[in-house]
Design a protein around this ligand. Sequence first.
Ligand code: NAD
Length: 339
Amino acid sequence: MDPQMKSDSPIVITGAGGFIGGHLVKYFFDKGFKRIRAVDKRPLDHWYQLHSAAENLCLDCSSEEVCRKVCEGAAEVYNLAADMGGMGFIERFRVECLRSILINTHMIDSAHRAGVQRYFYASSACVYNTELQQDPNVLALKESDAYPAMAERGYGWEKLISEMFCQEYHAERGMKTFIARFHNVYGPFGTWDGGREKAPAAICRKVVEAMDSHSGTIEIWGDGHQSRSFMYIDDCVKGIDMIMHCDQLVATPVNLGSSELVTINELVDKVEKIAGVKLRRSYKLDAPRGVAGRNSDNTFIQQILHWEPKTSLDTGLRETYLWIREQHQKRKKGLRVVA
Ligand code: NAD
């Protein structure tokens, strides 16, 4: 932690009504920070987690005026707000993804004007050159693989240019900025239904639904041979903290992900095992499937921070499955849930 940071130093977290932002607010409260401004454009009753001790604000950070207000008096800013989702969302809604450029553009400038000490930007593995990801037995992606650039259309390019804003606000204006490239984060209190959910949550939900309806079948997007790595949320928030407070990483994009590569079929095997079921698989070959393979090369983060995510996929998936099953049951009983 920054020696200048006191427990009453104000921290701003945008996207706090979402999955990672909600966990990050909790993480800093648990660490003893008392003044957390949590911001999201969702109405408060749609936040995955609402921590009553935070200053919770429902505001749209794509407006410059709002960002000025949000950053006022802040010591640190964590910008996690973005219009995003899994492949089903980012392949269909590229304009929405690109428009998130407004959020970081105004947030970083407002943070700089407010004199914040450190600024964090949540980037993504989608910045990597897609041509390097055509094979499910992909070589893990190292930080330099983002250039020459051929990022994921829409979402990936928005992340790449926002990274550059962070780098130039440091180079020209001296602000300490930090950039983590997240690789598929999963866990409880995240999107699990409605079209924005990512593979682990979608598969957990489909298994729960198949068991509930006794259909005996699960639909899988693509041929199931696509490979990915998945990082549990607790590792992600710890990693954000470590990256943000490491001066060696100023303005330097760093992978934050697991290097445990699995295929989507293997992911389904794991969830079936947790649920104690075996389902017939129906492959939807025309569904969004993303690149063929993607994994995180963690050499750099290990070298600098001597650290890698430690939650195994089996452990993290169990927590996620149990939470999604609970949400499903609550919804069936007519109780309100945030999906
Ligand atoms: P999320 O969708 O759960 O959270 C993002 C939140 O940002 C949402 O609650 C949304 O309402 C909010 N938001 C969107 N536009 C806003 C605006 N104009 N003003 C204020 N709030 C706004 O997503 P997440 O999984 O928590 O992701 C957090 C960040 O991490 C995002 O920047 C995302 O691109 C990045 N990321 C996530 C993953 C992942 O696997 N979850 C992977 C790579 C990168």
